[in-house]
Write a protein that binds this ligand. Structure first.
Ligand SMILES: O=C(O)CCC(=O)C(=O)O
Ligand SMILES: [Fe+2]
Length: 345
C-alpha cells in the first residue's frame, strides 16, 4: 500500500511532529506516498497541463524548433527520437518539454557551460511560459516546505538542507504519452518509460492516468494510479544518500495502457556543487557521497542521446534508433505509434 500523507499542517508548521513522523514512515517503506491538501491550486495545474497539451498538439516542424538537443541549456522539447539506456525501454513512447530554474544569460554558471543553468527554452505560444513557470514556482515552494519536514523527520536543524537550495538544479518535465491502440494488446508488458530511480532529492508528480508502477517491499511491481487532488511524492537518489539509506530511492516505470497519459514530474534538487553525504547514521552498503550536480549530469547523460554524443559516447544522435531494422535519421510520432521505429537496446 502506498500511504496518503495529509499536508494540511505543512503551511502552518512544516516541522510539525506528527506530519514529520508520517512522512518519515512513508518514505522509509516504498519511498512513495500520495500528498493530499498540498495547497497547489487546481487552476494552476490545469493551466500548465493545458499549455503543455497545446504545445504537444502542434506540428512536428514547430516542436522541433525547440529541440533540447539544439538548445543553449538543457531545456526544451524532447522528441520521440531521444533514446535512453534503460534495458526495458525498447518501446519508449513519450515526448516531453523540460525546463529548470529560469536564470539570466549573464548567469555565471550558464556562461561557464553548466547545462542546468541559464535561460530556459520557451516556445512561441501565447501563455505557455507564464502557465508553466507559475506551476514551476508553486511546486518549488511546496518542495522547499517539504524539505523542512524532511529536516525535522531526520532530526536535522532547520535549514540544514534548504541552505543547499539557493540555486537548485530542479527540473520540471511535462510528459505526454500518446494514446496508442496499436500496442494496447501488449498493455502491461511494454514500458513507455523504463524502470529507473530518480536522480535528485525527491520528486513531486502530477499524473492524469494509470501506468505508473513502483516496487513493494517484497520486490513486486506495485501500481501507483492517480488519486484525484493528490500529487505523488517519491524519494530520489540524494534523499537516499542523505538519510544513510533510511529512505529508498525506489525504481519505478510507466507501463503502456494504450490510454493517453500526461504527467508533470518536478525533481526537487540541490545546488549543483552541493556535497551530498549521510547526515544521520548510515546503514551498511548505503550509497556513497556525491556532488549533487555531477550525479545528475551523469544520469541525465544516460537518458539523452544528444548528451552522450557530446560526451563522445555515441557517434550520432540517432545511433540507437532503428526503423525496420535499418538505421534511421529523423523520426516522428507516427513512426513510433505505428511501431515502425523503436529504440535499440
Ligand atoms: O510519467 C510518470 O508518471 C513518471 C515519470 C518519471 O518517473 C520520471 O520522469 O522520472
Ligand atoms: Fe522517475
Amino acid at each position: 500500500m502506498i500511504p496518503i500523507v495529509d499536508l494540511t499542517e505543512l503551511r502552518r508548521n512544516p516541522r510539525e511532529p506528527k506530519l514529520a513522523e508520517l512522512l518519515d514512515t512513508a518514505l522509509q517503506n516504498t519511498g512513495f506516498c500520495y500528498l493530499s491538501n498540498h495547497g497547489i491550486s487546481l487552476k494552476l495545474i490545469a493551466s500548465a497541463q493545458a499549455a503543455a497539451l497545446h504545445f504537444f498538439s502542434q506540428s512536428d516542424a514547430f516542436k522541433q524548433k525547440y529541440d533540447i538537443a539544439r538548445a543553449i541549456r538543457h531545456s526544451g522539447y524532447v522528441g520521440f527520437s531521444e533514446c535512453g539506456m534503460y534495458v526495458d525501454e525498447a518501446m519508449r513512447m513519450y515526448e516531453s518539454y523540460d525546463i529548470g530554474l529560469e536564470l539570466p544569460a549573464f548567469d555565471i554558471d550558464f556562461l561557464s557551460g553548466n547545462i542546468f543553468y541559464g535561460p530556459n527554452t520557451w516556445p512561441d505560444l501565447l501563455g505557455f511560459k507564464s502557465a508553466v513557470y507559475s506551476y514551476y514556482e508553486a511546486v518549488s515552494d511546496l518542495a522547499r516546505m517539504l524539505t523542512h519536514t524532511i529536516e525535522a523527520a531526520l532530526g536535522l536543524r532547520f535549514n540544514s538542507l534548504t541552505n543547499m537550495m539557493s540555486k537548485p538544479t530542479a527540473q520540471l518535465r511535462l510528459i505526454h504519452y500518446p494514446e496508442n491502440n496499436t500496442v494496447q494488446r501488449n498493455a502491461r508488458t511494454h514500458s513507455m518509460m523504463g524502470a529507473h530511480t530518480d536522480y535528485e532529492f525527491f520528486t513531486l508528480l502530477y499524473q492524469t492516468s494509470p501506468g505508473l508502477q513502483t516496487v513493494d517491499v517484497r520486490g513486486n511491481w506495485l501500481d501507483a494510479p492517480p488519486i484525484p487532488n493528490t500529487l505523488v511524492m517519491n524519494v530520489g537518489d540524494m534523499a537516499e544518500v542523505i538519510s544513510g539509506g533510511r529512505y529508498r530511492s525506489n525504481p519505478h516505470r510507466v507501463l503502456n495502457t494504450g490510454q493517453e497519459r500526461f504527467s508533470m514530474p518536478y525533481f526537487a534538487a540541490f545546488d549543483y556543487q552541493s556535497v551530498i553525504h549521510p547526515m544521520i547514521e548510515a546503514k551498511k552498503n548505503s550509497r556513497q557521497p556525491v556532488i549533487a550536480g555531477e550525479h545528475l549530469l551523469k544520469q541525465v547523460t544516460q537518458d539523452f542521446a544528444y548528451l552522450r554524443m557530446r560526451d563522445g559516447q555515441e557517434k550520432d544522435l540517432y545511433s540507437r534508433l532503428t526503423i525496420n531494422s535499418g538505421k534511421l535519421g529523423l523520426v516522428n510520432r507516427n513512426q513510433f505509434l505505428e511501431g515502425k521505429a523503436s529504440c535499440l537496446n
